[in-house]
Write a protein that binds this ligand. Structure first.
Ligand code: S6P
Ligand code: ZN
Length: 184
């Protein structure tokens, strides 16, 4: 007898993952207080402005060893005092855990920082592929005029350490200087 071939429970198309057990979380400007340098420009913007959203499929409980997660982050175009809209950024709580990122749509920059606070960066564009080693904090900025979407996959026991970045930030910022993205 033939075995039935089932429909998938989730479908990933363009920059959208839909289906069973897929979650969406959003970050508005008001959730990102303190990450941009220009506090006055920040205060003059609408706190309800949507900065990014993350669609994720987390098939096992956070902290499970041996599992893997998948997510798509979409960052809207915009800036605060010339500093591009960006993710909060984090080290992993299990600091040696690694991650893949790959560009789907739009233009951006992946900003990386090691524990010695050395910063480097990689361009993101549709098809760009990024291996983020363990012990490296990661943040993405949208440097384009359109939505930037990228996919990510990371171990289910990685966790997130947002505190270190909330306290000390990244050692460099990505600023629009006369239309050129500059890491300063
Ligand atoms: C998780 C992975 C991404 C980010 C997402 C939002 O390890 O790196 O899914 O969570 O891009 O960034 P952040 O810094 O706000 O978590
Ligand atoms: Zn991560």
């Amino acid at each position: 007898m033939d075995t039935i071939i089932n429909e998938p429970k989730r479908v990933f198309r363009d920059d959208h993952l839909g289906g069973e057990g897929v979650d969406k979380s959003i970050r508005k400007l008001k959730d990102l207080r303190g990450i941009f340098k220009d506090e006055r420009a920040f205060e003059n913007m609408d706190p309800e402005t949507l900065v990014y959203e993350v669609i994720s499929y987390l098939p096992v409980k956070e902290g499970t060893q041996g599992g893997v997660y998948f997510g798509v982050t979409s960052i809207f175009p915009g800036s605060v005092g010339g500093e591009y809209f960006m993710t909060k950024g984090h080290f992993h709580a299990m600091i040696d855990r690694t991650e893949f990122y790959w560009g789907i749509k739009g233009e951006g920059v992946l900003i990386l920082m090691d524990e010695q606070r050395r910063v480097w960066a990689e361009k993101m564009f549709p098809g760009s592929f990024h291996y983020i080693p363990g012990r490296v904090a990661h943040r993405v900025a949208n440097t384009g005029k359109e939505l930037l979407s990228f996919a990510a996959s990371w171990p289910s026991d990685a966790g997130h350490n947002y505190e270190e970045i909330a306290r000390n930030g990244f050692a460099k910022r990505l600023i629009d200087i006369n239309g050129v993205a500059s890491l300063i």
